[in-house]
Design a protein around this ligand. Structure first.
Ligand SMILES: [Fe+2]
Length: 188
């Protein structure tokens, strides 16, 4: 059974991404499915909705109808706030996958951290982890493979390349923390 927050998150993501950005939509669906699996494997009932809803919505800021600054975590979170979506989910989207580091490079860090609280928790780690271990077509990746894949797609002097390279050690720590709490035979 799906909660109403999770089903509206899925419906919003589908509406904003499936036709406009089908590849991104495949990635988002796989990240959401992984968040579901890990929340079951870890039995995190209370936080499950926040995790799965934020997984469904994490890249919504790429939608052409939402994109405003060109920085998708901020655009997505602001849009969610505008439509009155859950505050915690909006903040998780704002700060997903070390967005603050990229915001600093773009000169948007004051906006991001001033407008949205950065949550340090297992839920935040799991959201980052699901994103970092899912490729652009929804394929399963290790964190290292994902970093290499992003590095291939962007020019070495681009903001995204610098961000992903500079965040490698932070991402490795997140993966370590998550993998240390996963049950041995967790479904990847
Ligand atoms: Fe993202």
């Amino acid at each position: 059974m799906q909660s109403s927050m999770v089903s509206s998150a899925r419906a919003l993501a589908e509406r904003k991404l499936s036709e406009a950005l089908p590849r991104r939509w495949r990635h988002v669906q796989a990240v959401t499915a992984k968040a579901e699996r890990l929340s079951l494997a870890l039995r995190i009932q209370q936080d499950r909705e926040a995790l799965v809803a934020s997984a469904a919505l994490h890249d919504i800021g790429y939608s052409p109808s939402i994109d405003a600054t060109g920085f998708h975590p901020l655009d997505g979170a602001r849009w969610l706030r505008e439509i009155g979506f859950n505050d915690r989910v909006s903040a998780l989207v704002a700060h997903h996958t070390n967005a603050l580091a990229e915001a600093e490079q773009r000169g948007l860090d004051k906006e991001l951290s001033g407008e949205f609280d950065r949550e340090a928790s297992l839920v935040a780690d799991l959201l980052w982890y699901c994103d970092l271990t899912t490729g652009p077509d929804g394929q399963a990746f290790t964190v290292e493979e994902r970093i290499a894949e992003v590095q291939e797609r962007y020019e070495p002097d681009s903001v995204v390349y610098e961000f992903i390279t500079g965040s490698a050690s932070v991402f490795a720590e997140v993966a370590k923390r998550v993998e240390s709490v996963l049950p041995p035979a967790h479904p990847m």
